[in-house]
Design a protein around this ligand. Structure first.
Ligand code: ADP
Ligand code: MG
Length: 403
């Protein structure tokens, strides 16, 4: 790979703009899973240890509002992230009051070698995500002016053509961080010549997020297990009534075509045979197990049922390669986490290459108490890994490749 690594940059004494993925789930101001911060630590400590002045750019959530002021006022601020990063590093991490304005410039100018500081949520700047090259370019220039070098380590954002991901690396000597290199190495293993059987497990809320990857995986995987909210559209396509379950009615046609294509290509698609249905969407909702052929009209699916747990475990038992993206139930509610726990446990027991992708899937593994090292890799980027597996070029990777 032509991509440069940290070892190709002379970072000592230089200000390095590090694009990291610190997009952690929040409950108010509390971080509910700090996995992405911890995954970013090796590159941060390596840079700081080599005497760099580390200035981190990152996004958090989806700030709303027409302009900078409105978004900055609405949040979310990276303040809780700066706090947690400081705790994990054992050194204070000051946070700029803006992204690439006066405060950022003052903060950058005051850094000493080994210091680590954070810019405010880069998505407070509407230009970060703009489709207009000139708008993004203007923000990229302001960001680049804060530093002498750029390191791209925000794997979870690499599939975005955003200013801090795609445009800044064209303006500064740049390299990929260790997290990005490690993530890409595993995805290459999944796409190159995966050991067979290669089993893919997909869950999560909506099929529209993942139909593209399913279609392209049909050419590669031997078996695709589908659970979670997205499975209800598949079951509907097979003629089942799914009551008040999540349904993307406008995707039923496309899902039917995917099922037909799978049958044609000899790829086994495994859907739930039973479901946990809840009377309402609440952690303490009344719930029962239903056969998919007899799902009541006034219930909604919230997890796979016990027969499906066994079916999925059996379909995973002989796998040499597994990619899993998306919880198969509303695991955030303990009463509906059994399906996701069963899938995670079955995959964790396998000796082959096992990759978990997706922020919520990774959070589920940690929340359910499964040791992270039971998997070959827990990827920090759901969307980015899916797009890579789909065969798309990731803009951020392209930018680092040509840097
Ligand atoms: P990842 O972040 O791992 O890529 P997604 O974001 O696609 O996963 O999906 C995760 C979300 O899907 C979780 O918040 C989970 O509660 C939800 N989900 C899973 N199964 C269901 C279901 N049956 N009904 C509603 N939501 C579901
Ligand atoms: Mg998610």
């Amino acid at each position: 790979m032509a991509m440069k690594s940290l070892d190709d940059l002379d970072v000592s004494g230089a200000t390095v703009l590090l694009r990291a993925d610190l997009n952690v789930p929040l409950d108010g101001m509390a971080i509910t899973d700090d996995g992405r911060i911890r995954a970013s630590l090796p590159t941060i400590t390596k840079l700081a240890g080599r005497g760099a002045r580390v200035l981190i750019a990152a996004h958090l959530g989806r700030p709303k509002g027409a302009g900078y002021a409105e978004r900055a006022a609405g949040g979310p601020s990276l303040a809780p992230v700066a706090q947690r990063l400081g705790e994990l590093l054992g050194q204070g991490v000051p946070l700029a009051a803006d992204v690439a304005g006066e405060s950022a410039a003052t903060l950058a100018a005051g850094l000493a070698g080994g210091d680590v500081a954070l810019l405010e949520n880069v998505r407070f700047e509407p230009a970060e995500t703009s489709k207009d090259d000139a708008e993004r370019g203007e923000l990229a220039a302001r960001l680049a002016a804060l530093a002498q070098l750029y390191v791209g380590d925000g794997f979870g954002a690499l599939h975005r053509k955003h200013a801090s991901v795609y445009d800044v690396p064209a303006l500064l000597p740049s390299a990929a961080g260790d997290l990005v290199l490690a993530e890409v190495a595993v995805l290459r293993q999944l796409t190159a010549e995966p050991a067979r059987p290669y089993v893919v497990v997909l869950g999560g809320a909506k099929p529209s997020d993942k139909l593209g990857v399913i279609a392209s995986l049909l050419g590669k995987a031997d078996r695709v297990l589908i659970g979670g909210g997205m499975s209800y559209t598949f079951l509907t396509a097979q003629g089942h009534e799914m009551g008040r379950s999540l349904l993307e009615a406008d995707k039923v046609g496309e899902v039917s075509r995917v099922l037909a294509q799978a049958a044609e290509q000899g790829v086994e698609i495994v859907l739930p045979v039973d479901l946990v249905g809840a009377a309402m969407f609440a952690p303490d909702a009344e719930h029962h197990v239903f056969d998919v052929a007899a799902f009541p009209a006034d219930y909604e699916g919230v997890d796979i049922g016990p027969a499906t747990r066994e079916l999925f475990a059996a379909k995973l038992a002989d796998a040499s390669t597994v990619f899993w993206n998306g919880p198969v139930g509303v695991f955030e509610f303990p009463a509906f986490a059994a399906g996701t726990l069963a899938v995670a446990t079955a995959i964790a027991a396998l000796p082959g290459l096992t990759v978990v992708g997706g922020g919520d899937s990774a959070a589920a593994v940690r929340k359910l108490g499964i040791p992270e090292d039971a998997f070959s890799r827990i990827s920090t980027g759901g969307g980015a890994s899916l797009e890579y597996l789909e065969g798309s070029t990731l803009p951020g990777l392209e930018a680092l490749d040509s840097a």
